[in-house]
Write a protein that binds this ligand. Structure first.
Ligand code: EQ3
Length: 321
């Protein structure tokens, strides 16, 4: 039997229920530029009462240092314009530099801007700013989400800022080595998943928890694909490896249970649910996740989709339907 990525994307599709995350981001996208910046400020500081991200390491901040230094030297009006331009996603030199940053460097850049805003070095949200009804609506929608979903909304809005450089080739000076996230917590090795003894799945989790991306990639077929939450599949070893280096470092994956269905041709469809922690928030925030694997008859991963679950109840929803 030949599989296609399109057919693989549909495995266990009946267990999917719409996530509130894209709906919240759609509300955010309708806000004016100033409201977007204000929303992020309030959402971030409000969240910061209970959970705050870990400070990015010096090596990562160094990648954003050029931009941060430029911004620090600007007048408050110019600083506000830079932030508006970023939220507006227009084509400016600063937005292009930002667009070439990896996801984690974008987050580190805003983390530092937020610190500089608190210290008064970068223009803060103006005192006396009146929250618009639109901002209130998006904040209320955000408050209803669980912490794992809240940080995903924040992350995705930050990642989408700046100029979209996906069709541009970075100059060689812009290609930078992705710094590692130092692991501070002991990682979950010797993975056990109730209902699953498929070696490719267990080895995948062990390799990812050790940031051993070469070992994880070796488990995929040459034409295999990985589909991150709310994204298109990433196809082939090289593209998956690049993605993992940039976005999967320091994750702690704690799969709990799963089901495995053997198909007539010997391939297997596996669904696993569990919790994933990001190095930004460590043990303080768990994201409820499902992995949907298609394993070929030779035991290699042809496809894996990672889905954010709509609610904790979905952790137990392993039905096929
Ligand atoms: C300064 C301030 C506050 C105001 C200003 O007006 C505007 C902005 C933007 C501000 C700053 C905001 C900041 C600093 C926000 C920071 C947000 C952070 C650090 C969010 C981090 C989120 C991390 C997440 C959601 C990570 C999720 C990772 C997952 C789900 C990984 C899944 C994976 C698995 C499980 C695999 O098996 C394969 C790989 C893959 C990565 C897909």
């Amino acid at each position: 039997m030949t599989y296609t990525i399109e057919s693989a994307q549909n495995i266990f599709s009946g267990t999917q229920i719409p996530s509130p995350i894209p709906a919240t981001i759609a509300l955010f996208d309708q806000l004016s530029v100033d409201d977007r910046l204000a929303y992020l400020w309030y959402a971030y500081t409000e969240m910061g009462r209970t959970i705050t991200p870990a400070a990015p390491g010096a090596a990562r901040l160094q990648l954003a240092e050029g931009l941060l230094t430029q911004i620090k030297q600007m007048s408050p009006e110019e600083q506000t314009k830079v932030m508006r331009d970023l939220a507006n996603r227009i084509d400016t030199p600063i937005n292009r530099s930002y667009g070439f940053f990896s996801v984690n460097t974008k987050l580190a850049f805003w983390y530092e801007l937020g610190e500089l805003m608190k210290q008064g070095i970068v223009a803060p949200i103006p005192t006396g700013y009146q929250m618009s009804p639109g901002v209130k609506v998006v904040l209320e929608a955000t408050q209803k989400l669980d912490p794992g979903q809240q940080i995903t909304v924040l992350r995705n809005t930050v990642v989408d800022m700046g100029f979209d450089t996906s069709d541009l080739t970075p100059s060689s000076s812009r290609k930078s080595v992705e710094p590692v996230f130092e692991r501070t917590e002991p990682v979950t090795t010797n993975v056990k998943i109730e209902g699953i003894d498929e070696p490719a799945v267990l080895q995948y989790v062990e390799a990812m928890n050790a940031d051993n991306f070469a070992a994880a990639i070796a488990l995929f077929t040459a034409d295999g694909a990985l589909q991150p939450p709310f994204q298109k599949p990433i196809v082939g070893h090289e593209a998956i490896a690049k993605y993992m280096r940039e976005e999967a470092q320091g994750l702690n994956m704690m799969p709990k249970q799963g089901i495995c269905e053997v198909q007539p041709d010997g391939s297997k469809q596996v669904k696993v649910t569990g919790v994933v922690q990001t190095p930004w928030f460590g043990v303080n925030v768990g994201m409820n996740i499902a992995w949907r694997f298609l394993i070929n008859p030779q035991g290699k991963i042809f496809f894996v989709a990672i889905d954010m679950l709509a609610s904790p109840q979905e952790l137990l929803n392993l039905r096929r339907m």
